[in-house]
Design a protein around this ligand. Structure first.
Ligand code: NOJ
Length: 541
């Protein structure tokens, strides 16, 4: 199981594509696989090693593809299986691997397995899903689904309820059933045969649910299931695997990303992403961001996985608001703060992920409710209206947290619809596309894009990015985030001012004799850090 050489993904940077918003090639207003193929030059120029594609499988699109009705086919809206094979091949020619999104906790209710399962208790597929009888004509229990409403749905033909942690159209698979697990492994092996470079595993910590005990994440059999999954599939190839695990602690993440390769390469943990949420509340219940907590959390993950696990590094994805609108400043200091956040994250240990548009400093949106598309946002709006929340308050949460903030079309150019489509986009383009767009940034050495590109290349050049030990500096500072990375060959220093006010960082002695490798200001040097100033220094030993 243990491989002698260091895995390739420890020095890699991954780019996440949300296909429906990346590039439309046929004018139907929805991004597609051909659109991605047409943008391979862009991805190659940025220097990334792999692309993680959010789901493109056949799907009724109730949750934008996270509801799969056929794992072995591509949804016609995105193209064909032939297009997918072409993408894998053409990306490979440029040294880019394709990472597929695996949704294994649930399928669509339109998946043939579920269509059979709901026919009756005796159907051979019935036990592929999680069913319970009602209790005295009532729901089996009061568990709630993530997108609102009960987690139980009645099916008259079976006289039972099925369990769904997400929408009613996303019934949960029954991992206790060995036949389900075998079907899944065969499907994964089929994709591995097609040459994919890895997998991202959607809400994988929720597969071992035990609804009778109200357990959703981290169920007792979770690691047993994952180890079997890994043994039967991933370990037969040279893949990157990343689990989505909202409920991970560093201790649990050490299991998931055990260097012996028995589970995954790494996981996405979200502790640093939940700092603007009230304790015990939902993500919509906003809390003032705490810089102190951010420092503590990132420090903890950097130190506690060192040598015994592996971090993924990310600020953005298709479920999260845009980082520059969250921790940065999307007005006057948009460029400075976007670069600062990039420099801070890309100096750390782990595998960095860049979410489409993050490298341009794309921002959150403020639309009318009718212009939002996300099932989670729309359900929550309705639910809170019914509970009597004032609409302005609900909209405030939506502006801050809606997943649609990240899902607006990619801003390629100043042309109509930001060059995303020649038709009418499935979701309104962010009106700031005439100021923020890729064409403007690609050849500008001072752009946010160029900053990301430079950081991606630095990671390939110096081993300290992958290997160096992490030490926090200025731990008590309320304004400065500074740290050192160190291996036998190099010392790397990152110093960032997280705020608009200038800051006297008092770290001059630390960078004496070091070379400044990147900064978001010209003529960086003094003790004083300007608004959102970031610097990265390097010294050879
Ligand atoms: C996590 C995915 O990232 C999200 O977009 C999706 O809605 C849920 N899992 C359900 O699959």
């Amino acid at each position: 199981m243990t491989k002698n050489r260091e895995p390739w993904w420890k020095k890699s940077v991954i780019y996440q594509i949300y296909p429906r918003s990346f590039q439309d090639s046929n004018g139907d207003g929805i991004g597609d696989i051909r659109g991605i193929i047409n943008r391979l030059d862009y991805l190659e120029d940025l220097g990334i090693d792999a692309v993680w594609l959010s789901p493109v499988y056949r799907s009724p699109q109730d949750d934008n593809g996270y509801d799969i009705s056929d794992y072995r086919d591509i949804d016609p809206m995105f193209g064909t299986l032939g297009d997918m094979e072409e993408l894998i091949e053409k990306a490979k020619q440029r040294g880019i691997r394709i990472i597929m999104d695996l949704v294994l906790n649930h399928t669509s209710d339109e998946h043939p397995w579920f269509q059979e399962a709901k026919k009756g208790r005796d159907n051979p597929f019935h036990d592929y899903y999680v069913w319970r009888d009602g209790v005295e004509g009532e729901l089996p229990n009061d568990m709630r689904a993530c997108f609102g409403g009960s987690a139980w749905q009645w099916v008259p033909e079976t006289g039972r309820y099925y369990f769904h942690q997400f929408s009613v159209k996303q019934p949960d698979l029954n991992w206790e059933n060995p036949k389900v697990r075998r079907e899944i492994y065969d499907m994964i092996l089929w994709w591995m045969d097609k040459g994919v470079g890895g997998f991202r595993l959607d809400v994988i910590d929720q597969i071992a649910k035990e609804p009778d005990r109200k357990i959703t994440s981290n169920g007792p059999r979770l690691h047993e299931f994952i180890q079997e999954l890994s043994r039967e599939t991933f370990q037969k190839g040279d893949l990157i695997t990343v689990g989505e695990t909202w409920g991970a602690s560093p201790q649990i993440a050490r299991k998931y990303s055990n260097p012996d390769g028995s589970e995954f390469s790494m996981v996405f943990q979200f502790e640093h992403m939940e700092l603007d949420q009230q304790a015990g509340g939902q993500k919509w219940d906003l809390e003032q961001l705490s810089f102190r907590r951010l420092k503590e959390v990132l420090n903890k993950w950097q130190t506690e996985l060192y040598g015994c696990g592996w971090n993924s590094l990310f600020w953005d994805n298709h479920d999260l608001p845009r980082i520059v609108s969250r921790w940065g400043n999307d007005g006057r200091y948009r460029a400075e703060s976007a670069k600062m956040l990039a420099i801070l994250l890309h100096g750390m240990q782990g595998t960095p992920y860049i979410y489409q548009g993050e490298e341009l400093g794309m921002t959150n949106i403020r639309y009318e409710i009718g212009e939002y598309r996300d099932i989670e946002t729309l359900h929550m709006y309705q639910e809170r209206l019914e509970k009597g929340y004032p609409p302005e308050e609900i909209m405030k949460s939506i502006y801050a947290k809606s997943r649609d903030n990240a899902r607006t079309p990619m801003q390629w150019s100043r042309e109509a619809q930001a060059g995303f489509t020649k038709g009418i986009p499935w979701m309104k383009v962010n009106p700031n596309y005439r100021e923020i767009y890729a064409e403007d940034q690609i050849n500008d050495p001072d752009s946010i894009y160029s900053c990301y590109k430079y950081l991606v290349n630095l990671r390939k050049e110096y081993s300290v990015f992958a290997d160096g030990r992490f030490f926090m500096l200025a731990e008590d500072s309320e304004q400065i985030f500074a740290y050192v990375r160190e291996d036998e060959k190099h010392r790397l220093l990152v110093v960032c001012n997280f705020f608009e006010e200038q800051a006297d960082c008092g770290l001059q002695a630390e960078w004496e004799g070091m070379e400044l490798v990147i900064s978001n200001y010209k003529d960086a040097g003094g003790e004083m850090l300007r608004p959102y100033e970031a610097r990265m220094y390097l010294a050879r030993k």
